[in-house]
Design a protein around this ligand. Structure first.
Ligand SMILES: NC(=O)c1ccc[n+]([C@@H]2O[C@H](COP(=O)([O-])OP(=O)(O)OC[C@H]3O[C@@H](n4cnc5c(N)ncnc54)[C@H](O)[C@@H]3O)[C@@H](O)[C@H]2O)c1
Length: 251
């Protein structure tokens, strides 16, 4: 379905990113993994994709560094799909929230998406190539969750970046959408589930479908957003949250 396409996945050494990279490769795309980690620390992700795409590439790219992002995009022979997925979460109660914590979230989760997605869009327009841009938002972009103000605000910004870009890039045939995962039993939430008992207690009451989601479910949605099936879809936030964002009743 995606053969002949080149796809970048940022944060591709992480749990959601590596599932996205694997699923894109399974569907025929040639994958370029970007992450801030040195290549040796991304070996697991690279090996997982190599089974499907023996030529998978890896580049150490900090999405905050615009010059590095521009350079990494310029050296690609073409660009069809971008998954702007790199992100962090570092919980701090609002009254204790430091300026550094706030800025880190905005720099990586929001400005990182701006850097990658604007650079990608410029390349697609210059090439006259219609493309797909898919950001990783979160269900908490619209629902406040305790002690992650900087994270929720950064993801709210991602949702508007998706809509703004979709509006302006439609005449170029570039489609811009997002996946909004709920609580996934891996990656950022996986770590919080293991390390923060209070978080795990909250999660136990928060998911109407009863269980955290999986990276595979999110990756399948990303492939859908990259596929011909969604050729009429732009500016959408595709939520996969087990019903978390529905109003909760006690019983
Ligand atoms: N896990 C969840 O439950 C969940 C839920 C909703 C949204 N998300 C979103 O999914 C995305 C992926 O997160 P994950 O859960 O796989 O976490 P993860 O920590 O496993 O992966 C995140 C990856 O981003 C990379 N990264 C961090 N800063 C970077 C930078 N400056 N430049 C490039 N790469 C950088 C990390 O090295 C890591 O490999 C994030 O945007 C996150 O907000 C996750």
């Amino acid at each position: 379905m995606l053969s002949g396409k080149i796809a970048i996945v940022t944060g591709g050494a992480g749990d959601l990113g590596k599932a996205m990279a694997r699923h894109l490769a399974q569907n025929g795309a040639h994958v370029v993994i970007w992450d801030i980690l040195p290549q040796a620390d991304a070996a697991e992700a690279i090996c997982a994709v190599q089974e499907q795409d023996p030529q998978v590439e890896y580049a150490e790219v900090d999405v905050r560094d615009r010059a590095v992002v521009d350079h990494a995009i310029a050296r690609l022979p073409q660009l069809d799909i971008v998954c702007s997925n790199a992100g962090i979460v570092d919980a701090q109660p609002f009254l204790d929230l430091s300026g550094e914590n706030w800025q880190n979230h905005l720099d990586i989760n929001l400005t990182g998406c701006f850097n990658v997605c604007q650079a990608a869009a410029r390349r697609m327009v210059a090439d006259g190539a219609p493309g797909r841009i898919i950001m990783t938002s979160s269900w908490v972009a619209e629902i406040p969750w305790p002690e992650i103000t900087a994270y929720t605000v950064s993801k709210a910004g991602v949702n508007m970046l998706v809509k703004q870009m979709a509006r302006e890039l439609a005449p170029h045939g570039i489609l811009v959408n997002a996946v909004a995962p709920g609580i996934v039993k891996a990656g950022l939430a996986g770590r919080q589930l293991r390390e923060e008992p209070q978080y795990a207690a909250r999660v136990a009451k928060a998911i109407p479908l009863g269980e955290p989601g999986s990276p595979e479910e999110i990756a399948a949605a990303v492939v859908y957003l990259a596929s011909p099936q969604t050729a009429y879809m732009t500016g959408s936030i595709l939520t996969l949250d087990g019903g978390c964002s529905l109003f909760q009743f006690d019983s």
